[in-house]
Write a protein that binds this ligand. Structure first.
Ligand SMILES: NC(=O)C1=CN([C@@H]2O[C@H](COP(=O)(O)OP(=O)(O)OC[C@H]3O[C@@H](n4cnc5c(N)ncnc54)[C@H](O)[C@@H]3O)[C@@H](O)[C@H]2O)C=CC1
Ligand SMILES: O=C(O)C1=NCCCC1
Length: 321
């Protein structure tokens, strides 16, 4: 009979999961996922169960790394919360299986994994796509993802200035007090992103908060928050003028409101047909270097940065979550 599963609590995951290990491992996993080879990685688009009564969803996110023989799934509930709500926006658990026997070997807290994994993938996208001398980082949103993004971006890069905006100024101020380094609080998104080299959007918004006319050419945007087909963080102008990278084309066209609702897919379908491109080579958005790969089915945008090393861009897409 199989051993009962090991339980790995949140504080234990926190103590075990460090960006210096996580980032290189993610880069390898993302590279494998990007090959779209089911002999290597099997990770279907997540199944989502609506929890209408609670304005939320249960997402089921299984993955199998064939050669490493790693079988796992994340189970995550996520919600749209009212301003001022004290309830969490996400709650996650990760299960690790013995792929041969079929039993669950470990039950892990998924909160820290979600926070760190998501932020680490954004940092990888920035490493590949942000302007060479990036000095100003702006974070839109001031919750859990904002903090993990602050931590990994300041640990990995050397920004001269970090800014934060949140829809409630008090939340942004609390955030700025909780960080290790200095963060300036801004009252409007327009001012907060003015001149920013890297912009991270980690809000629970369902309407655009970031507008293309405010974003400087060459800036890199890591868009994390709008993970439902009817949620938005970015406006149509930004979506149309950017080069867009995602980890999973399948996932992005099914889940990313910014991609689906901005209408960029339709014009690209026409472009792809004219160019006679096979599906996996088709760009996701205007002015593509190549259709690329970024995080959890959400876009990473790059505004005409001129980065053309598409081999580097082949890493993206963590198979678990
Ligand atoms: N792409 C991915 O893999 C992941 C995406 N997410 C999504 O990222 C977003 C942020 O997650 P957390 O930081 O965990 O949530 P959180 O609840 O800790 O923080 C959310 C932040 O967004 C702000 N916000 C909420 N509604 C807003 C609105 N309508 N307009 C502007 N700001 C608004 C809140 O004031 C808060 O600062 C959520 O939408 C979540 O579903 C979370 C985890 C992973
Ligand atoms: O990929 C994840 O993890 C999540 N995506 C959507 C929101 C909750 C967590």
């Amino acid at each position: 009979m199989a051993e009962p599963p090991v339980l790995i609590r949140q504080d234990e995951v926190e103590g075990l999961l460090h960006y210096k290990d996580l980032i290189p491992r993610l880069e390898v996993a993302l590279g494998k996922f990007s090959k779209l080879d089911s002999a290597e990685v099997i990770q279907p688009v997540r199944t989502t169960v609506p929890l209408q009564k609670y304005n939320g969803f249960l997402g089921l996110m299984p993955a199998y790394l064939v050669h490493e023989d790693i079988l796992c799934t994340k189970l995550v509930c996520f919600y749209k919360r009212e301003s001022g709500s004290t309830l969490p926006s996400t709650q996650a658990t990760v299960l690790l299986f013995d792929p041969e026997y079929g039993n669950v070997k470990a039950v892990m807290d998924g909160e820290v994994i979600t926070a760190k994994r998501t932020a680490a993938v954004s940092a990888i996208s920035a490493k590949l796509l942000m302007p060479a001398k990036s000095e100003v980082l702006t974070i839109l949103g001031a919750g859990h993802q904002a903090l993990s993004h602050y931590n990994v971006f300041t640990e990995t890069f050397s920004f001269k200035e970090v800014r934060v905006w949140s829809r409630r100024k008090e939340t942004a101020e609390r955030f700025a007090q909780s960080t290790q380094g200095h963060v300036t609080v801004w009252e409007s998104v327009e001012e907060a992103v003015n001149g920013a080299d890297v912009i991270v959007t980690v809000t629970g918004a369902s309407e655009p908060v970031l507008f293309g006319q405010w974003v400087k050419p060459g800036a890199h945007v890591a868009a994390v928050g709008a993970c439902r087909p009817d949620w938005r963080e970015l406006d149509d102008v930004l979506m149309r003028q950017a080069e867009v990278y995602v980890d999973s084309r399948e996932g992005a066209v099914a889940e990313s409101g910014d991609i689906i609702l901005s209408g960029c897919l339709q014009s690209l379908e026409r472009f792809s047909m004219e160019q006679d491109l096979p599906l996996e080579r088709r760009p996701l958005c205007s002015n593509p270097l190549e259709w690329g790969f970024k995080m959890q089915s959400l876009p990473s945008l790059c505004l005409n940065s001129g980065r053309t090393n598409t081999e580097d861009l082949r890493i993206m897409g963590w198979p678990w979550m």
